[in-house]
Ligand binder design. Structure first.
Ligand code: SF4
Length: 314
């Protein structure tokens, strides 16, 4: 995606925020993705202030040199005004694939809110993946878009607030995310959880998984989409391993011995965890797949659905 650089630099608590202009905004895929049913994706920002230690947006393939530098696409709404009405196929617009569209900088720029206003006006469906309760600010628009289709997935990889502060240092704690799920669910907005990644040796225990599910039930989550493992690609792995060395003494060596330079890895006892997960979700009547805006794609037929290992985003 082409970008023109304007280099308006704003220093904010040692964080660098740069305003840029982009050439295009929406990218589309022929078939909606099997997880969330997304046909169009857009990223209003580059880089992410949530700075999760496991984030795979750091991988080389995404060509983001400095993931801590936040680029704001200040012309994003102008682009969307042109691009969205020209789409002949109504398909779900996904926000949050490469960064969290409700990271703190959104409070100032309000690009996500303006994009939702446009999506509502054009009557497109939307799926948002986030770790932030700032999504509550847009409850009115989500309710309006929900007449077509709106889903909000909150990523929760641990229900333990103090562990989350280490793993996802810039994101609101899980307790706040659960509160947001409760509020949105009570307003009738289709809301659930993405339980991914599940970090080996840190989060891959039954207690963590069952606590996440119990609290999801209490909050009224309609679905939990889980993936029991993580990606470990080049720069993502380097960053993650460095953080492990600082935050969890001895764990880096365990990863290196167990996974070496693999590009993805499974949680310990992944099969057992997955069985326990499905049993608990069935007990509480929580779906383990989302209802999508469209079910026409053959990939969405249940028998062909094979999620594999998904990366952690937003
Ligand atoms: S995992 Fe998501 S919220 Fe965390 S840094 Fe990456 S894009 Fe941001």
């Amino acid at each position: 995606m082409g970008l023109y650089w304007r280099f308006k630099l704003i220093y904010n608590n040692e964080e660098m925020i740069k305003e840029i202009t982009a050439k295009t905004l929406l990218s589309s895929s022929k078939h909606p993705d099997p997880w969330f049913g997304i046909k169009y994706t857009m990223n209003l920002y580059r880089g992410c202030q949530h700075q999760c230690i496991y984030c795979d947006s750091r991988s080389e393939c995404y060509q983001i040199e400095d993931f801590a530098e936040i680029l704001v696409k200040v012309n994003a709404i102008e682009l969307l005004k042109k691009e969205l009405p020209s789409k002949r196929v109504k398909g779900t617009v996904g926000l949050g694939s490469m960064n969290d569209c409700y990271m703190p900088v959104e409070k100032r720029y309000r690009l996500t809110r303006q994009a939702l206003e446009l999506i509502a006006r054009c009557r497109f469906p939307v799926h948002i993946i986030t770790k932030s309760d700032l999504a509550l600010r847009d409850t009115d628009l989500l309710a309006q878009i929900g007449k077509v289709y709106a889903a909000v997935s909150f990523t929760i990889t641990t229900a333990d607030d103090s562990l989350a502060k280490k793993l996802e240092p810039g994101a609101p704690i899980p307790s706040r995310r659960y509160q947001a799920i409760k509020t949105l669910s009570e307003k009738g907005i289709y809301t659930g959880i993405t339980l991914m990644p599940v970090l080996p040796f840190i989060e891959d225990n039954e207690e963590n998984i069952s606590t996440i599910i119990n609290r999801a039930r209490d909050a009224g989550a309609k679905y939990i989409i889980a993936s029991f493992g993580m990606t470990l690609r080049d720069r993502q792995r380097e960053y993650y391993y460095d953080k492990l060395a600082c935050l969890f003494p001895g764990l880096r060596q365990r990863y290196e011995q167990r996974f070496g330079e693999q590009y993805s890895c499974s949680a310990n006892q992944a099969g057992q965890l997955e069985r326990a997960f499905h049993e608990a979700c069935a007990r509480y009547d929580i779906a383990t797949r989302m209802t999508h805006f469209t079910k026409e794609s053959p990939q969405l037929q249940l028998g062909l659905f094979d999620p594999g290992t998904h990366s952690g985003k937003a």
